[in-house]
Design a protein around this ligand. Structure first.
Ligand code: ADP
Ligand code: MG
Length: 358
């Protein structure tokens, strides 16, 4: 159904935001560290108009679900909590927002680790900015979006997803220092493609595992007398910590160093090696991989033309990302077939390739 069919009048405006995939820098953003996401071609579009009622009305084309916000003092659940959260957070910044009709449509896979949630938040706030001509910039949009996700959707997320959806494009990698928010758009490694493959294994333990790792990192930082693990640059310092905090901290320190190496400029071969090292570290030190992800990554890593591969996102299931030489993308598809032959139900998540050419 269209906006017109749902709300009986056309939208006033619309805005979009892409999903993202993180190439390197996993589980570093809540440690004040460094990340390297890029935008994916798929995006979420939010259409917006004024509501004739006293209340906001939301509709998701993907879920075919309509929600009326009857009581603005009571946060809704489900997808409406993300949109309602965005409205409330912007209002808390002293902007007046009238009752709105909001229509959501997305090609970003939902719940697969490609940040459909941040794409929804950023597109919503962009559309509100457009409609009401609010003087807010793209960094503020990301910050509002993060606040909405934390306080209204109840997800203790870092700032990476929202910054990526607000500031990245799919021709660059966004280097982001999550403490200072200092950032730089780097070129994608030349003559490569980025392939994202869903393992077919749902991220069932992701939220409990994620919260546990956050707590472990906080504990490790406290024992090392630093504000956050980002303040440790020498991995040997982590050896003094008890198990498993030593390995958790070592992952964060080495992962930050891998991102910083990319910032200095590396060839695709080295970028791939760093991705492989990241996966090993997430598997052995951070313990957020599962056998399916290890299997998929291993097959990809042995595929000709693949520079490197790793799990991407929080882990415990979800997706893998591979850096592939241009023209060799077919190899990644064959790797997927081999993986599925072992009894899994993996699939390509980014159908249009993200390609970088000189
Ligand atoms: P991810 O961000 O990796 O896709 P999350 O679990 O963080 O996964 O966010 C997924 C949730 O975001 C969905 O369950 C839904 O509530 C909301 N969402 C995202 N995109 C849409 C959409 N197009 N329509 C409705 N809800 C959406
Ligand atoms: Mg999300």
């Amino acid at each position: 159904m269209t906006f017109q069919e749902i709300f009986n009048k056309p939208p006033e405006t619309e805005a979009s935001a892409p999903g993202r995939v993180n190439l390197l820098g996993e589980h570093t953003d809540y440690n004040d560290g460094f990340v390297l996401p890029t935008a994916i071609p798929q995006q979420t579009t939010v259409k917006l108009g004024y509501s004739n009622d006293e209340q906001h009305q939301f509709y998701s084309e993907n879920l075919q679900e309509r929600v009326s916000i009857l009581d603005i003092h009571h946060s809704p659940s489900g997808f409406a909590s993300y949109i309602f959260g965005c409205i409330e957070v912007v209002k808390q910044a002293q902007y007046t927002i009238p009752p709105l009709n909001i229509y959501v449509q997305s090609s970003v896979p939902i719940g697969s680790g490609l940040s459909s949630s941040a794409a929804l938040e950023v597109a919503t706030i962009r559309a509100i900015r457009e409609l009401l001509e609010l003087p807010i910039n793209d960094v503020e949009i990301a910050q509002f979006a993060q606040q909405a996700e934390i306080h209204y959707a109840g997800v203790q997320c870092g700032i990476m997803d929202q910054m990526a959806c607000s500031l990245a494009d799919n021709q660059h990698i966004l280097f982001l220092d999550t403490r200072s928010l200092e950032r730089q758009l780097l070129p994608l490694p030349s003559n490569t493609s980025i392939v994202v493959i869903d393992s077919g294994v749902p991220r069932t333990l992701a939220s409990s595992g994620y919260n546990q790792r956050r707590a472990e990192c906080q504990e490790a930082a406290k024992l090392l007398f630093v504000r956050a693990l980002r303040d440790i640059t020498d991995a040997s310092v982590t050896e003094s910590l008890p198990e498993p905090l030593n390995r958790r901290a070592r992952h964060v320190v080495t992962e930050n160093n891998r991102v910083l190496e990319v910032l200095q400029g590396v060839k695709p071969e080295r970028f791939g090696e760093l991705m492989n090292a990241s996966h090993a570290s997430l598997r052995d030190d951070y313990e957020v991989s599962v056998p399916a992800l290890d299997k998929l990554v291993e097959i990809l890593q042995h595929t000709p033309g693949v520079y490197g591969a790793r799990l991407t996102g929080a882990g415990f299931g979800g997706a893998c990302v591979a850096l592939v030489a241009s023209g060799k993308e077919e190899g990644a598809i064959q790797a997927l077939e081999q993986y599925n032959h072992a009894g899994y139900t993996g699939k390509i998540l980014v159908p249009e390739l993200i390609e970088a050419r000189d």
